[in-house]
Design a protein around this ligand. Structure first.
Ligand code: IPE
Ligand code: IPE
Ligand code: MG
Length: 255
């Protein structure tokens, strides 16, 4: 009996990797900091944006790899609130990627029952970018499979500050009592609500930092880093991260 829902791509190869994974211990939510696109391109004598293009093409591959083993939520860090500091041309290029990505991939995402979501502020994102994303969200909102959640124009500190302000307003106005404020209540004021916290965080490109990503939500996530840049990160590496996750003992402070 096959433990996983389906095979895909080059069957024998993926089958081999998937066979080493314990189907009883799959992380429900995997978050990915897709880093190193620019360096990947520069190493090849290409402009940084060529790395972004290559990185975009990798998103579907890893989405399918996650879906094949039963991951429920895949959050992909696509653009941070700090990335606006980059040269205008690079930002513009990044903001046009959803216009290429969704029309190209939406049929296959729908065929796989994937739901598209976005975590981040819509304000500040160009209208054409938001339209491409919103169309994909609308087209997939009745799907019940993997949630492919793009963190775009997202930053954890701003998210927490906004949460604190809104929570405070609700306490001051008497909508909720201060005694009712606990961790679950605070979580409900974050942009990621109602998604579960990530079980596993993957960051590519050799950087060993969080870069303002999901700082509240990652409190007890397992962290996995690789020197590989995002465009060269394949299904095989994804499954290596999953296997490593399965070797970890999650203690949450207990024994
Ligand atoms: C990640 O790759 C993509 C975004 C941050 C949008 P980078 O563009 O950060 O690539 P490096 O880290 O400069 O190589
Ligand atoms: C984090 O990568 C953001 C995304 C991958 C979207 P950065 O390249 O922006 O992070 P820093 O600047 O190296 O910390
Ligand atoms: Mg980077």
């Amino acid at each position: 009996m096959m433990p996983f829902k389906k095979w895909f791509g080059s069957k024998s190869q993926n089958e081999e990797w998937i066979e080493r994974i314990d189907s009883e211990n799959i992380p429900s939510h995997v978050a990915v900091i897709m880093d190193g696109n620019g360096r990947w391109a520069q190493k090849r004598g290409l402009p940084r944006v060529a790395g972004h293009h290559s990185g975009m093409k990798n998103v579907k591959k890893i989405t399918m790899a996650a879906d094949a083993i039963g991951v429920k939520v895949l959050t992909m860090y696509a653009f941070s609130t700090e990335n606006w500091k980059r040269p205008r041309e690079e930002v513009e290029y990044l903001m046009k990627l959803p216009l290429e990505f969704f029309p190209k991939e939406i049929d296959e995402l729908i065929a796989n029952n994937v739901q598209i979501r976005m975590t981040g502020w819509h304000e500040g994102v160009p209208d054409y970018t938001m339209k491409a994303i919103q169309d994909a969200i609308d087209q997939t909102k009745h799907n019940t499979g993997l949630i492919l959640n793009f963190a775009l124009n997202y930053g954890s500190r701003r998210e927490m500050l906004q949460g604190v302000k809104r929570l405070t307003e609700d306490v001051v106005s008497g909508k909720i009592s201060l005694d009712a404020v606990d961790e679950a209540m605070f979580s409900s004021y974050l942009l990621t609500h109602p998604l579960p916290d990530p079980d596993l965080l993957i960051r590519t490109s050799g950087e060993l930092r969080i870069s303002n990503f999901l700082m509240w939500q990652l409190a007890y996530s397992e962290l996995w880093f690789t020197e590989l840049c995002w465009p060269e990160f394949t299904e095989k590496h994804f499954y290596e991260a999953i296997q490593e996750y399965q070797r970890r003992a999650r203690r949450y402070g207990g024994l």
